[in-house]
Design a protein around this ligand. Structure first.
Ligand code: ADP
Length: 400
C-alpha cells in the first residue's frame, strides 16, 4: 500500500469517525469522505444485534444509482451472510451491462467482515451497479474502511454496556434507599404496637381501666398508621411504575372540591373559605383528585393547625387551576424543591406530626397522570399555597 499517497484520505476517515458521539451520524460523515476516494452506489451494514440471532440491517445508504435500494437493503444480505460464514472478504462481480441494459441488474458486491475485540460482529457490504470491478487497491481501501467502522461499532457497544451498567447501579442504589427507608418507617409504628401490647400482657402488673384504654388507643392508632403507610407505599410504587389504574371520566372539579371540603371540614374541624365558580368538565379520575385535595387538607391540619384554608378555582383557555392556601408557618425555601420527593419531610416540622413523606409524592404523580402539574409556593410566616393545574383536554401522554 502506498501510504504516503493514501494518508490524507485515511486521516479524513478517521477524523470523521471521531467527530460525532452518535454512531450513525459518524457513519454519515464517513460516507461523505469515502465517496470522494472510493466508488460505490450503496453501502449496508449488517450486525448481530443479539447473540444467536440472524444478522439484521443496522444502517444503509445509497449515494448513486439504485437510490431506491436504500430502504430495502436485502440486496446485500446474501453477501453479508456469506462473509459471516467464511469470516473473510467476499467479492461478487457480474458481467458489465451493455447498452440499453439496466445497470441496477448488474451489481458488483464486496462484503467485508467487521471484526472487534469481541469477534466478528457483522459485515459491511458495498455495491457498485454495473461496475467498475474492484481492483486490489479498492479492496484495500474497503478493508481499511471496514476496520474503522468496526472500531466505531466497538465504541458504540462499549458505551451501551457502560450505560446499562450505570442504569443497573442506579436502580440498585434506589432500591436500597427505598428498602432502608421503608424498614425504618415500618419499624416505628410496629415498635409502639409491640411495646404497648407486651406491656399490657405482663402478668406481674395490673393496669387500671383508663391506662388500659390509653395503651389500646395507642396500639389502635399505630396499627392504622401502619396500614396507611403500607397502602401509601404500595400506591407510590405502583404510581412510580405506572401501574395504578386511572378511571378518566368527565368531571366537574368545583363539585369534587366541594364534596371533599365538606368531609374534611368536619374531619379536621377547620375553617375553609371557598371561591368555587362552576367550571367546565375535565377528563379526570374523580376519586384520585379527591384523594389529592383530601391530602392537602390533612397536611394543612398537621402543618398549619388552627388557621383557615382558602380554596380558589380558576379557568383559562387550556387549564383549570386550583389554589389551595393555608396561613401556617410556611416552608423554608431550601426545602421547596424536594417537597414532592418520595419520603421527604421538612425536618423542623416533623416533631409533633406523624407522616411518611409519601403524601405529596403521590399527589404529584396523580396530577401528572392527568397531564397536569402540582406546584408549591410558600412564604415564611404567611403560609403555603399548593397549585394544581389540570388540562381541559387530555394530552397524548395520558393513558386512558
Ligand atoms: P407527610 O405529611 O406524610 O410527612 P407529605 O408528602 O404529605 O408527607 O408532605 C411532605 C412534607 O411537606 C411534610 O412532612 C411537611 O414537612 C411539608 N408540608 C406539607 N404540607 C405542608 C403545609 N401545608 N405547610 C407546611 N409544610 C407542609
Amino acid at each position: 500500500m502506498n501510504t504516503t499517497e493514501l494518508t490524507p484520505d485515511y486521516l479524513a476517515i478517521a477524523e470523521a469517525l471521531t467527530q460525532h458521539r452518535d454512531w450513525k451520524e459518524a457513519l454519515d460523515s464517513v460516507i461523505q469522505v469515502v465517496r470522494s476516494v472510493f466508488i460505490f452506489d450503496n453501502l449496508a451494514l449488517y450486525l448481530f444485534e443479539k447473540e444467536h440471532e440472524p444478522l439484521t440491517i443496522a444502517y444503509a445508504r445509497a449515494v448513486g444509482r439504485g437510490q431506491s435500494a436504500e430502504a430495502d437493503a436485502a440486496w446485500g444480505e446474501e453477501t453479508a451472510n456469506e462473509v459471516m460464514g467464511k469470516n473473510s472478504l467476499v467479492v461478487h462481480e457480474t458481467a458489465r451491462p451493455v447498452d440499453g441494459e439496466n445497470r441496477v441488474d448488474f451489481p458488483c458486491l464486496m462484503g467485508l467482515p467487521l471484526r472487534t475485540s469481541e469477534g466478528t460482529i457483522g459485515a459491511l457490504v458495498f455495491v457498485r451497479f454495473g461496475g467498475p470491478v474492484y481492483t486490489p487497491d479498492h479492496l484495500q481501501r474497503g478493508q481499511y474502511i471496514a476496520t474503522q467502522i468496526s472500531s466505531l461499532i466497538d465504541r458504540k457497544m462499549l458505551l451501551e454496556k457502560i450505560k446499562a451498567l450505570q442504569d443497573a447501579r442506579r436502580v440498585i442504589a434506589l432500591q436500597q434507599e427505598f428498602i432502608d427507608t421503608i424498614s425504618h418507617e415500618l419499624r416505628t409504628p410496629l415498635g409502639f404496637i409491640k411495646g404497648y401490647s407486651t406491656t399490657l400482657l405482663r402478668k406481674d402488673t395490673e393496669w387500671d381501666e383508663e391506662t388500659r384504654r390509653e395503651f389500646l388507643t395507642i396500639i389502635d392508632e399505630e396499627a392504622d398508621r401502619l396500614a396507611e403507610l403500607i397502602s401509601n407505599m404500595l400506591e407510590s410504587a405502583r404510581l412510580q411504575s405506572n401501574t395504578l389504574p386511572m378511571n378518566f371520566q368527565p368531571v366537574r372539579l368545583d363539585t369534587v372540591i366541594r364534596d371533599t371540603m365538606f368531609r374534611s371540614k368536619a374531619r379536621y374541624n377547620m375553617d375553609v373559605n371557598a371561591d368555587l365558580p362552576s367550571c367546565s368538565s375535565v377528563m379526570a379520575d374523580a376519586v384520585r383528585i379527591a384523594q389529592v385535595i383530601e391530602n392537602l387538607f390533612s397536611n394543612a391540619s398537621k402543618y398549619a393547625p388552627g388557621t383557615p384554608v382558602d380554596i380558589k378555582l380558576g379557568e383559562s383557555k387550556k387549564h383549570i387551576t386550583i389554589y389551595f392556601s393555608d396561613h401556617g408557618p410556611g416552608i423554608p425555601a431550601e426545602h421547596l424543591p424536594h417537597l414532592f420527593d418520595r419520603f421527604y419531610r421538612v425536618p423542623t416540622q416533623t416533631f409533633n406530626t406523624t407522616g411518611s413523606g409519601l403524601g405529596l409524592f403521590i399527589c404529584k404523580k396523580i396530577i401528572e397522570a392527568h397531564g397536569g402539574e402540582l406546584n408549591v409556593e410558600s412564604q415564611m410566616g404567611k403560609g403555603t399555597t399548593f397549585i394544581i393545574s389540570l388540562p381541559l383536554v387530555l394530552g397524548k401522554e395520558v393513558h386512558l
